[in-house]
Design a binder for this molecule. Structure first.
Ligand code: NAP
Length: 261
């Protein structure tokens, strides 16, 4: 299926690894020029080289920096000042007990998972509307629909972003600019094996591998999602014919959320 976005320009934030990387790959496969960001230059260069090799027709630009800082965002926007596509992403906040979180912890989480995407939307959406094409995809979390107790910082910050987008996404679509969120459940990335898994495995006195294997089995799909599946969903939302989908929060979780709607 040709998504009709060949030659478009995308900023894909936090994309040297995991879900962001998969989104960049899927967009490049459609002929989209991609600007990738991440803090670590080495992994970023590796991903950029892989994309160039697989899709020699697209332009791949690397911007190393922290997207949650003004300087990081400025650098990404300097490299791609007028994107047609924006994929908002950043690392998730750490787990913990809300009793221990300070105001600074909250500000950090809000900066990363709420205010950074809002700043990037603010910087790009008017240009998209003027050009009558724009696709913005926010990578949030299944925790937006079903909060995960130890991830209170994520539950709160991402819910804030979701509420903001619910309003603005209905104002941009008149000019063929859509804003949607993809809500990952458990996907097979480094993050899945990170702090949350480590803490749970330690608490239960089992290895991370054993704990993850058990978790995968408990998912209705009997497995974790693969990043490629996530990237393809993102590319679809960025497609030329996806202009009637806006303000939606689409769960990719193998059926784990048990609700009817
Ligand atoms: P991942 O595999 O750990 O990859 C994270 C990517 O983001 C890396 O390229 C990392 O590179 C980059 N990054 C992190 N913080 C950054 C920052 N401040 N500025 C620029 N780049 C940054 O994580 P993932 O699984 O793809 O997760 C992506 C998002 O989805 C996270 O917010 C996560 O919480 C959320 N999520 C994931 C899952 C899952 O199962 N995987 C489930 C629910 C929600 P550097 O470290 O070099 O910067």
């Amino acid at each position: 299926m040709d998504l009709g976005i060949k030659g478009r320009r995308a900023i894909v934030c936090a994309s040297s690894k995991g879900l962001g990387r998969a989104c960049a790959m899927a967009l490049a496969a459609e002929g989209v020029d991609v600007t990738l960001t991440a803090r670590g230059a080495e992994a970023l260069a590796k991903t950029a080289a892989e994309i160039r090799k697989l899709y020699p027709g697209v332009t791949v630009t690397e911007v190393s920096g922290d997207i949650t800082t003004p300087a990081g965002r400025e650098a990404a926007l300097k490299a791609c000042p007028d994107p047609d596509i924006l994929v908002n992403n950043a690392g998730g906040p750490p787990p913990g007990d809300f009793r221990n979180w300070t105001r600074d912890d909250w500000i950090k989480a809000l900066d990363a998972n709420m205010l950074t995407p809002i700043e990037l939307i603010k910087a790009t959406v008017d240009g998209m509307m003027a050009r009558k094409f724009g696709r913005i995809v926010n990578i949030t979390s299944a925790a937006v629909k079903a909060p995960i107790e130890v991830l209170g910082l994520s539950n709160g910050a991402r819910a804030g972003l979701t509420g903001f987008v619910a309003g603005v996404a209905r104002k941009t679509v008149i000019n063929n600019v859509t804003i949607n969120a993809l809500l990952p459940g458990p996907f097979n990335t480094d993050r899945l094996r990170g702090a949350v898994a480590k803490a749970e495995a330690e608490k239960r006195g089992v290895s991370i591998d054993a704990m993850l294997a058990e978790r995968a089995k408990l998912n209705p799909a009997g497995r974790f999602g693969e990043p490629e599946e996530f990237g393809l969903a993102c590319a679809f939302l960025c497609g030329a014919k996806a202009g009637f989908i806006t303000g939606q929060n689409i769960l990719l979780d193998g059926g784990a959320f048990p609700g009817t709607l």
